[in-house]
Design a binder for this molecule. Sequence first.
Ligand code: B3K
Ligand code: ZN
Length: 850
Amino acid sequence: MTQSSPETIYLKDYTPFGWIVENVHLTFRLHPTETRVISRITFAPNPDAPMQNFFLNGENLKLVSAMINGQPCAPDLSAEGLSVEAPAGRFVFEAEVEISPETNTALEGLYMSNGMYCTQCEAEGFRKITFYPDRPDVMSTFTVRVEGSEPVLLSNGNKSSNGDGFAEWHDPWPKPAYLFALVAGDLVNHPDSFTTRSGKDIELNIWVRKGDEGKCAFGMQALKASMLWDEKVYGREYDLDIFNIVAVDDFNMGAMENKGLNIFNSSCVLASPETSTDDNFERIEAIIAHEYFHNWTGNRITCRDWFQLCLKEGLTVYRDSQFTADMRSAPVKRIHDVIDLRGRQFREDGGPLAHPVRPDSFVEINNFYTATVYEKGAEIIGMLKRLVGDQDYYKALDLYFTRHDGDAATIEDWLKVFEDVTGRSLKRFKRWYTSAGTPRLKVKEKFKNGRYTLTFKQETPPTPGQKQKKPRVIPIALGLLGPNGDEVQPTTVLEVTKRQQKFSFDGLTSKPIPSILRDFSAPVILERETSNTERAFLLAHDTDPFNKWEAGQALRRASLIASITTGSAPDSAFLDAAARVARDDSLEPAFRALVLQSVGQDDLAQELHSIGNTPDPQAIYDASETMAQSLAHHLADSLPRLYADSTLSGPYTPDAEGAGKRAFNARILSMITRMDGGTRARAQFSAADNMTQQLAALNALLAQDTGSQETLAFFEQWKGDRLVMDKWFSTQVAFAAPEKAALVAQSLTTHPLFDMKNPNRFRAVFGALAMNHAGFHHASGKGYALLADWLIKLDAINPQTTARMCAAYQTYARYDAPHSTLAKAQLERILATKGLSRDTEEMVTRILKD
Ligand code: B3K
Ligand code: ZN
């Protein structure tokens, strides 16, 4: 454990900064190890703030000189920053500091990636660049002069001048320091332009390393589509003369919404049919949209403090999901989102890392960029929209944009615009922001004398620091089907607000079949005793695509849980129903692919745990394998036809329809590979002219523990492409059998192309290991030990990525010995590491409290 316990920050302690920052001028003299940052900042007293000492955040900065109003001063320096006596009234603070981008392996602040300078400031990285009040509620205009020999020198805003070895940028929009960005390098651009609806021409660029210019066109299309969509749907226009995107190889996350200068992990912007899968294309489109949408929800209106992170993230995720639904298939997007929500957010919400969407405290804010803040935060917006209706939703959003433009706002401000527009109180609804945990909704039904009654009972299990839970407002989209499959009650939204509540429907001639929680209208766990006949009926007849899919999932889950707990064979009710869907050409291929998709093994562990069973990872794996094998046999006679029908001819295009067909085709191929020894997959692998089909073939082979030749061939073909190489590393671990997964991962770490300093490569191996449920949680403990070895090494280099990956252990207490004891020992070993970062210490401590 580290010497002193890191400090906890509380929401209740919020106080505004004592000064307003009127303007900021920065000069960067770039040098790999001795970059000089010269700042000139005008401060004026903040009339709304209590008296306080003048303190500026600053970490790992070598102070060269400091002045107040042109006079040298001698500030007190600590590991956290600088304090100095501030004069009364307005004053100018100037400082010159030295930093070393080349040795900055944490990838926070100003750092170097393949010879290129770049920055990442959110949440608190600006303090590693210069002394500043590094908090989101301090907003100011920035003028930045970049001096360097690199051909391309970029910062936020519009370019005001440039010359030999320098460029000057001015951003007229006040912004917090976390949105500051600088890039300098030998880059090439993919240029384009966009005319806003008010007729302003915007220059657009995607900047990349030489050689990557052929992979920008799709991202540029996505950017222009996002700009148009935000004008059409939310009435939001872009507000600078230029919008730059830069691709960088070493990046801790997906991308960053810096004002006018978005910085992207190259994996989230570079795309080509030969090197990117359909999933990559969809993700790139969504992330480009997400970062662009932040220009209004995040940048123009930012957060008062980091506790309000969901204000910008939940809303922006919601907006990007609307965008994807509009660009592609809305039901398919919804199903993907729910799979992701259950897999990541429900897992988090049900374990030691559970926290409210708006947390009350944190040690390291970077640990709170979570599925709860992002995805549950987005679900809350979706519920709000469903409760107030589309019209009032957009009215409230208009009010939000006019009332809070230029503000650093709070969740209270956000809810107030809805209250003002609708006249309804959202006091109870607000509990979604303040209370952690996934509500369980028990449903009972009764039918008597033509009256059908549903009784809902809600309960949220305790979460860390929150024992008692008050009832939430749960919007339940409901439809009722008659025995012949007709809809006797079209979708209506019931509002459950109490612990227990009844809803009745009269005038029915026979007992209806309910379709509850259509479109997954609330992030809850529905508990209802139902029969396989009813599930199969909904899979065949439900008009709501989400619940139609859900019925198939429920059938599969019930069968799997029975196999795991009693050893029973896969249920023929599921096999028959799934085969019917697979063969039904009237259904969208994307939907058929989703019905054929297996249930995540971690999801099954979660479900077993919640019904009081200790999950056995190997038993879950075995049952899942048996199920997949049985389904392949069940469909055997149709597989050649289904494969042929879903094989696309002609050139690859990354559209939703083609992607849906290829997804279905990949499921069929994986079934064929279970039976033909890999002949078909090998043929597809050799013939494929796009990454989606090439990788699908390789995955199908690896899943059957074959394909070593193809693995080699894939390497030879793609060793020069770092993003494809990430796929090569990850897929071998992802599809390794449980007893081999840790071994495969370990041997890949000795490969010359393994580079722990590159987060993409590290995640390719260890993210895949953590996702290989039975491999990571193998009874030998090898998975736990290997990951711990590497997390300990990585923590000294990159605390942010290390801390995020500690979440792999968050479910350890679900399992029994030897799993739980072996995992715990590794967590304790990590925590005992000398000099452990605050990030990792917080994560491991929270997990161990379980
Ligand atoms: N706002 C950034 C995430 C920053 C993460 C800092 N650890 C990207 C996004 O959500 O759009
Ligand atoms: Zn975001």
